[in-house]
Write a protein that binds this ligand. Sequence first.
Ligand SMILES: Cc1ncc(COP(=O)(O)O)c(C=O)c1O
Length: 334
Amino acid sequence: MRLHLNENTAGCSPAVLEALRALGRQDAGWYPDYGAARAAAAACFGVPDDHVLLTNGLDEGILAAIGAAFRNRTPDVPETVGVTPAFDMYEVSTTALGGRMVTVPLAADYGLDTARVRAAISRATRIVFLTNPHNPTGVRYDLDDLRTLARDLAPVLFFVDEAYADFSGETLIDDRIFAQRPNLVVGRTFSKAYGIAGLRAGAVVGAPATLEPIAKVIPPYSLNACAAAALPVAIADREYRAWYLEQAAASRELLAQACARLGLETWPSAANFLLVRVGDRASEIVRAMAARGVLVRDRSKEAGCEQCIRITAGIVEDTTRAIETLEEVLCAAR
Ligand SMILES: Cc1ncc(COP(=O)(O)O)c(C=O)c1O
């Protein structure tokens, strides 16, 4: 059971599978057209089509945003700024493209200290990355704080990664805000709530002029024909998404209750996972759960995440089994 990468544990909607089965020789033989996929994504985000740049997963959107921001060479090593702990691809992509990531710790209880983020900005800063709700904590940040930060950071690009916004129900996406804040872009993925991580589809959303240099870094046919065909169908199946969001919310609650019962600290999560402080034997617990067929993520080696593991909250059936396994492993360890 894969509860380590925050995927949709039920997989994609049956309608998506049908659409994939219906693909023919020409779909495989021709370069894909993204018109329908882009229009569907734009409608689901409530913005005009030209505010959406489709990417091969949000990972590509992150890489491309950094690539575009690093284009103008100066004597300084280009920098990105973020918080720690955080999703690792901001730093991986920054380093891969010749830059340096500067990180600041989150505040107590994993809240966002915007003053610390502001203080980390230097003349070499090209992008600031924040994730809302945050990964790996699940904690949600105040949208007004993020809007204010966008204003204060200009002209530095502010990339708000909303990979888990489907679960929180909150977003910064708003074409009026993008018009006022051209330095703001929002990253989204269809890997989580929509269950198509294997097909690879994400988006960067923002003002068209802001997206233009990012689009130039992305190859013209970055999403393959399967992703292009699946995306409008996944978005159209609102019932499936609603069902999955309910399952994830119920699972999150079950996990939080089980952890409270077991005396383990957790943080209020608005995403499809829970960060759990299991103690000094975190890595051992992760290995023992894996040996019983349940994969969870060991985050205990990261600064700010000591003693913690992260567990995906997917369908209730999986969560129930994960809780039983966690209890069994903890009992054996005690
Ligand atoms: C915060 C965050 N951003 C981006 C991604 C990458 O998403 P995608 O599968 O669309 O590349 C993930 C995946 O786990 C994530 O947690």
